[in-house]
Ligand binder design. Structure first.
Ligand code: FRU
Length: 484
């Protein structure tokens, strides 16, 4: 009997053996997807195929210190929390993607996964230092990915040099693609809309939306979908200036709600750009409609140029909890952890309301879910702190100003936004080794921030905070956490 192992499987085995041993688990998430080794940024090709969720991501297998030349990493899951790492799906091995297999999306049709991604090609010493091409690839088995032989499918010469991150969907018998672009000499961001009957030959049908000068110089990772009869354009603009409590991260992710007409290809906004999350680390989101018609969103849970300490431990970057999106009557996006989060919950270790200094609750494995309920009639301060006292994160509610504030300490530690609880104040908080996600109320406001406690975490309230109930649950490990 001969043993058949594909060249990619062999590379993967080598890569996995070499790499996991070098990764230190101190900051490594227990129930969020992170790379087995090396660098991770944007989620790509989020899809459901043969009864499994697939998530690809921007990945540098050669270093955790920088994105380098990105590949598509790959993981799959049956429940969005138990993830299994798979071999690298796409390598930078074509003339047009030699310096990066950049972000893109997937659709599933006829038992095949189809991928649309950007090939990045850097040039030295030329007027434009890079060009970007849109390319097609496919997989029949959900593991091995084959690039289309006549790539690229969109040359986009009139829109160079920044034209990237194709997001594709099908409506009736036509495929549509939104692509992020920069125009006016790279000073204004916009989203282009293309259509195709066969996934191969594409034609630009409109400029879906563009910056009026206030919304940045480049729009990355666009996504466009229908929800409650309206359309949401979700994108990650670069270059928006900070404005009081808004736009304080290096780059933003936000959305505009409007109407869309498939005949004229015009998008008519009915709301202004709003940030989708108010924490420090939430970027390059991607959504897809799953088999139960849920619009599920995931984001890169980090931010460019942050240089977080995990990098020196052999890995960098992770994803957020997958969230289900709905639209409120006021046309705001509401985000809730997908209901499968139940598979991560372990034991409730505390129910009560007195977790003042001496009763502080220790979080097992530096993970936990905290649910807090209170009448919104006084200020509340919740401390999440490391026993070595080096890291302290505070979440507070300012009753007079209707503000919710997250302060992770250090330079630029504070993020805040207006929030008025609809009836009672509810906070649902997820902690996972080096991250915190706060869902306020029914999901109308969220904060996603990384923080880096080196000791065991405890949770307590300030002495002046009065709440009706706090529930603390431990969480299971659902991702392969490397051993120290
Ligand atoms: C967003 C982004 C995308 C690009 C990818 C490269 O974070 O800059 O526009 O495709 O990352 O890794």
């Amino acid at each position: 009997m001969t043993l058949k192992i594909s060249i990619h499987t062999m590379l993967f085995m080598l890569y996995f053996c070499k790499s996991s041993a070098d990764v230190n688990s101190m900051y490594y998430p227990r129930y969020h997807l992170a790379p087995p080794y090396g660098w991770m940024n944007d989620p790509n090709g989020f899809s459901y195929f043969n009864n499994e969720y697939h998530l690809f991501y921007q990945h540098n297998p050669n270093s955790s210190m920088e994105p380098g030349i990105t590949h598509w990493g790959h993981a799959k899951s049956t429940d969005l929390f138990h993830w299994e790492h798979l071999p690298i799906a796409m390598y930078p091995d074509q003339w047009f993607d030699m310096t990066g297999v950049f972000s893109g999306s997937a659709i599933v049709e006829n038992d095949t996964m189809y991928f649309f991604y950007t090939g990045n090609l850097n040039h030295a010493n030329e007027e434009h230092d890079h060009e970007q091409y849109q390319a097609l690839a496919s997989s029949a088995d959900g593991v091995n990915v084959i690039k289309y032989k006549n790539n690229p499918v969109i040359n986009g010469s009139e829109h160079q040099p920044n034209i990237r991150d194709p997001k594709v969907w099908k409506h009736e018998d036509t495929y549509y693609m939104v692509i992020g672009n920069s125009f006016n000499n790279n000073t204004l961001g916009r989203v282009l809309l293309y259509s195709s009957k066969d996934m191969i030959s594409w034609e630009q049908v409109s400029v879906l939306a563009e910056s009026d000068g206030m919304l940045g110089y480049m729009w990355e990772c666009p996504d466009f979908f229908e929800i409650n009869g309206l359309f949401v354009l979700l994108f990650s603009p670069q270059g928006i200036e900070p404005e009081s409590d808004k736009y304080n991260n290096l780059f933003q992710t936000g959305y505009i709600v409007g109407t869309f007409d498939y005949v004229t290809h015009r998008f008519n906004p009915i709301s202004k750009f709003k940030e989708l999350d108010h924490g420090h680390d939430f970027y390059a989101t991607q959504t897809f409609l799953d088999s139960q018609d849920r619009r599920i969103l995931i984001a890169w849970f980090s931010m460019w140029e942050q240089n977080y300490p995990e990098r020196i431990y052999g890995w960098a970057g992770q994803m957020t909890i997958p969230r289900e999106l709905t639209l409120s009557p006021e046309n705001d996006l509401i985000q809730k952890p997908v209901e499968e989060i139940a598979v991560v919950r372990d034991n409730v270790i505390y129910t009560g309301k007195n977790i003042y200094r001496s009763e502080a609750i220790a979080l097992n494995d530096n993970t936990g879910e905290i649910t807090l309920k209170a009448r919104p009639s006084s200020n509340i301060e919740l401390f999440i702190e490391s026993e070595d006292d080096l890291a302290k994160l505070t979440i507070s509610y300012d009753y007079n100003e209707d503000l919710v504030i997250l302060d992770r300490g250090g330079d630029d530690g504070v993020r805040r936004t207006q929030w008025k609880p609809i009836d009672i104040l509810i906070w649902n908080i997820f902690i996972d080794a080096s991250s915190i996600e706060l869902f306020c109320g029914y999901g109308e406001v969220t904060f996603s921030s990384r923080f880096f406690p080196s000791g065991n975490i405890t949770v307590r309230l300030s002495n002046e905070s009065f709440v009706d109930e706090i529930i603390v649950a431990t969480m299971k490990r659902t991702v392969p956490v490397p051993e120290d």
